[in-house]
Write a protein that binds this ligand. Sequence first.
Ligand SMILES: NC(=O)c1ccc[n+]([C@@H]2O[C@H](COP(=O)([O-])OP(=O)(O)OC[C@H]3O[C@@H](n4cnc5c(N)ncnc54)[C@H](O)[C@@H]3O)[C@@H](O)[C@H]2O)c1
Length: 311
Amino acid sequence: MSERFAVTGAGGCIGAWVVRLLRDAGDDVVGIDLAGASRHRQRMLGVDDVEQRSCDVTDRAATATALRDADRIIHLAGLQIPFCRADPSLGAAVNVVGTVNVFEAAREAGRLAGPLVFASSVAAFAGDDDGTDPRGRAATHYGVYKRANEGTAQVYWYDDEVASIGFRPYTVYGIGRDQGVTAAPTWAMLAAVRGEPYAITYSGRSHLQLARDVAQAFIDAARAPFRGAATLNLSGACPDAAEIVAAIRAAVPGADVTVDGPVLPFPAPLDASAYAGVVGRPEPVTPLAAGVAETVAAFRGLLAAGALELA
Ligand SMILES: NC(=O)c1ccc[n+]([C@@H]2O[C@H](COP(=O)([O-])OP(=O)(O)OC[C@H]3O[C@@H](n4cnc5c(N)ncnc54)[C@H](O)[C@@H]3O)[C@@H](O)[C@H]2O)c1
């Protein structure tokens, strides 16, 4: 029988891409998300017919039930910076307790065929960290919760030998990226396609990572023969906001995109040299120009088909 992947947060941007790539590869995948969570990203990627289980990861018993038959787990359910800022208690429940519940489910089931793969974030670091110091500080509730999850993963390895790989995505862009602080580049690409003006709300240098690449990294990690607990930075292009604007204008000549906002409170560039040694494969990285062109073309196709949906 084929292995079964379980993806929490499967309705989210990265989750929908993970489901899409697993389906494209012919893998057995079950998506896990809140009851009533939007499936619009899965619809845009053509995978909304995937088996779906409703589960709130803050509910330990429900999480164990939802993950009971998973051979590989990719844990992406979470609340982003604005939602954690608006309700820190809920943010901690979902991002911290939810992650503990996913690890508990994996430990209890005892059947994982590879590392439990989870999403940390660049927000685990403050702007003046160099991104490599494990004692680095976080500047947001969200970042503190992500840092807690990195520690949780280590303890599950030491105590229970539940292996794990966490990734710290930075600015993920592409179809389906429609919420969170760093969704601005994707909004700018959509505005350019629509012929509308758009101001990117932050400045400075940051890694831009195509959602399809990030999803592939999560899948590759879930298949890795890795034993231990590692949390890894991701790399990809590291443009400043003006270079993002230039990349969008290269794909959409005359695009009216500007930059108006503070520098992000995260460090860049990050050292991602540990990736290949842990995952056992090179990091999937689409060059920025190609990723922007791909995203612009996909937005054009969705608009032409009347199939664009946003959060
Ligand atoms: N997108 C980025 O740039 C970025 C950067 C760094 C880290 N991350 C992390 O990667 C992960 C996925 O990011 P994304 O962009 O796909 O996020 P997203 O906001 O698009 O999707 C998150 C998904 O989690 C689900 N969810 C929320 N609360 C839940 C709960 N209690 N139980 C079950 N599901 C719940 C939501 O319904 C949603 O479908 C998150 O953990 C996020 O913090 C994302």
